[in-house]
Design a protein. Structure first.
Length: 264
């Protein structure tokens, strides 16, 4: 074999440079009590001081935010003894965030979290996670959506923003049930059969029907089987789908009718 044959091609060349492994956390704990939390560090719906962008509850637009004031501590724990006495660490606080789109503010209650890494003594990187916002977003402002459906949906949103994923999934299913009773055959008492009937008649497109069954199944587990975990990622997906379903079944048809009236 020639020297040229022994040289790996660019596609197969082995790089001998050092390999670095990102410090991926294996979990998260509340600094207050060290209790593990089911944390999702992906994109969050509402902002906090660790993520200064998200949905504004006042103008209902995704925007960037500014930290308006110095955080106000509402709970502390003893930290360490120094020469001048015991020092304390803030573990819960209140901040004011201002939306750059509409220039209005929102109140955010936060608690301190700390990621736990596989490597010992590497758990010092704390951050702040929102546990309550005021006001909450009024995601459905359209008069095209029946009041009782909008109310049930907003209960699901409120549960999600309160970090109650099981309650959020339960209310997402309740919203789905209310929608199918309104748009489907209300004489069919079973939600699964009602969804299948709507799909057969073309009221629900195949992908909407499949997602509707997903909401139904997760919601059923949330209500009837406490051993099945429901996390915040589940809750966010279900509620996002219900919002899309409402838009497809109520808002878009009404907007199209209005457009046709004005252009005819």
């Amino acid at each position: 074999m020639s020297q040229e044959d022994e040289t790996p091609s660019p596609k197969t060349r082995l790089i001998s440079a050092p390999q670095f492994t990102a410090r991926e956390p294996v979990g998260y704990v509340r600094v207050l009590d060290g209790v593990s939390v089911d944390e999702d560090m992906g994109e969050r719906t509402l902002p906090d001081s660790s993520q200064l962008h998200g949905l504004c509850p006042r103008c209902n637009r995704h925007s960037n935010f500014e930290l308006e004031n110095s955080p106000y501590s509402i709970r502390t724990i003893p930290k360490q003894m120094t020469g001048i006495g015991l020092t304390y660490e803030t573990v819960e606080r209140v901040v004011l965030l201002r939306c750059r789109a509409c220039s209005t503010g929102m109140v955010c209650c936060e608690e301190q979290r700390r990621p736990v890494y596989k490597v010992a003594n590497k758990n010092d990187a704390t951050y702040w996670r929102a546990v309550f916002h005021w006001p909450l977003p009024s995601n459905i402002a359209s008069p095209d959506v029946p009041t009782h459906i909008a109310s049930v949906y907003m209960e699901a949103v409120t549960a999600m923003q309160a970090n109650l994923p099981r309650a959020a999934a339960t209310m997402a299913r309740a919203a789905l049930d209310a929608i199918t009773m309104d748009k489907g055959d209300s004489n069919i008492n079973n939600l699964k059969k009602r969804l299948d009937d709507m799909a057969t008649r073309g009221v629900l497109q195949p992908v909407l029907a499949d997602w509707s069954h997903e909401v139904r199944l997760v919601g059923n587990d949330a209500v009837h089987d406490a051993s099945v975990p429901v996390n915040m990622a589940d809750a966010r997906q279900l509620i996002a789908f219900i919002a899309d379903l409402i838009k497809n079944l109520y808002e878009l048809p009404a907007e199209l009718q209005r457009r046709r009236r004005t252009t005819s």
